[in-house]
Design a protein around this ligand. Structure first.
Ligand code: FAD
Length: 352
């Protein structure tokens, strides 16, 4: 029988990268699957809602905190075996993401190299189908082991059941909170070529004179580009470090709506990326900048990163209310100028 240590009124701000927000009414650290199952049973028996915390790099906790049992996933373990000409790597939800990426590159396994430097834990990667620089985890996820909080059963979901989309999945879209990810299986290619073709990465490699890049070269390039944008959290003195990364999603619009935005912009250089389904993806960063918001712009204790237009940074004294008011100002500004309302990327906890 698993002994559950439930703490009360635990501050969540230090457990998030934004570093704002209130307390978890109840809090448990789960180091094994049995503890996750027991935490779920604890919450269900008391009629309390349950929230899962990974590395806290994509959540914004309300100043009033959350009236829930917050379960921090700390399950560890990696298992790899050859399968179908590739390698099948099953990773527990609490493994740090970037350490996994580095380990796979040291093994010369292709598939995760462009996702170098993203903060957080493995279990969160399928939730918003983490992606960067031309890769998404949906390219390599083959299965996800979950606790279904509706049935209480632990099951394996094949990738096809995960409903992956751009920064989206069935976990996030269809039934938020229903599935607790316990482990993720990625299919990687031993000795495979790195994914290249993303303009920033290609330019960086060309500047370095790297003709036929290896997985290591691509990881180094991605980390260098990300550091230039304060998108790697390894410098405690970086004034831009307290963020959730990109605060807004790139909007994906029907073709006619995108054409209207283009007309309102009156600028043929506006980035537009046609999608396979006929819709068009626009650049949230471009829209924000052209709605009159500059990098480094401040509103009291919050502001835009000085190195990345999409990142809202919390400075000393910031509260969640400040972050959200600033985010709304940007949304209103972009909507007023272009008629598009930007959608926040992070998950908001405890907000009405
Ligand atoms: C500097 C910076 C750069 C970033 N760059 C990128 C980027 O390039 N690309 C990108 O896609 N994202 C990026 N992000 C966002 C973030 O790092 C990712 O979304 C990451 O996967 C979140 O992991 P986490 O463990 O911190 O999740 P958390 O923030 O703890 O949780 C995020 C959401 O997932 C849920 N969740 C977490 N773990 C589980 C689980 N095991 N089971 C069920 N639900 C779970 C939580 O309940 C919450 O709703 C960046 C963030 C920062 C701060």
């Amino acid at each position: 029988m698993t002994e559950l240590v439930v703490r009360e009124r635990v501050p969540l701000a230090p457990l998030t990268t934004l570093g704002v927000g209130g307390q978890a009414r109840w809090f448990v650290e789960a180091r094994d699957e049995a503890s996750v199952v027991a935490a779920h049973a604890w919450a269900r028996a008391r009629g309390v809602s349950l929230r899962v915390l990974g590395g806290g790099s994509n959540v914004v906790v309300a100043d009033a905190g959350v009236e829930a049992l917050v379960v921090q996933l700390a399950l560890r373990g990696i298992d790899a075996h050859a399968a179908d000409g590739g390698v099948s790597v099953t990773v527990a939800a609490g493994e740090p993401w970037d350490a996994l990426v580095q380990a796979t590159i040291e093994q010369d396994w292709a598939g995760l190299e462009c996702l170098s430097g993203i903060p957080g834990l493995v279990g969160a990667t399928p939730i918003q189908n983490v992606g960067a620089y031309g890769q998404e985890v949906s390219d390599t996820v083959s299965a996800v082991r979950v606790l279904d909080t509706e049935s209480g059963a632990v099951t394996m979901l094949p990738a096809a059941a995960c409903g992956f989309g751009y920064r989206d999945s069935a976990f996030k879209r269809d039934a938020p909170g229903r599935w607790i990810v316990l482990a993720v299986t990625y299919r990687l290619i031993p000795g495979g070529p790195p994914t290249v073709g993303y303009a920033d990465v290609d330019r960086h490699l060309a500047r370095q004179g790297t003709g036929a890049p290896t997985l290591r070269d691509v990881r180094r390039a991605v980390l260098a580009i990300r550091r230039g944008k304060s998108m790697v959290l390894d410098d405690p003195s970086d004034p831009n470090r307290r963020s959730c990364g990109s605060f807004f999603l790139n909007p994906i619009l029907e073709a006619d709506a995108a054409a209207t935005v283009t007309a309102r912009a009156g600028d043929i250089t506006m980035p537009r990326w046609p999608q396979a389904d006929g819709r068009v993806k626009l650049s949230a960063a471009w829209l924000i900048e052209h709605a009159g918001f500059a990098r480094g712009e401040r509103a009291g204790p919050v502001g835009l990163s000085t190195r990345h237009t999409l990142a809202i940074v919390a400075h000393d004294g910031a509260r969640t209310a400040d972050v959200l008011a600033f985010a709304r100002r940007i949304q209103d500004g972009v909507e007023g100028r272009f008629g598009v309302r930007l959608t926040p990327e992070p998950v908001l906890w405890g907000h009405a």
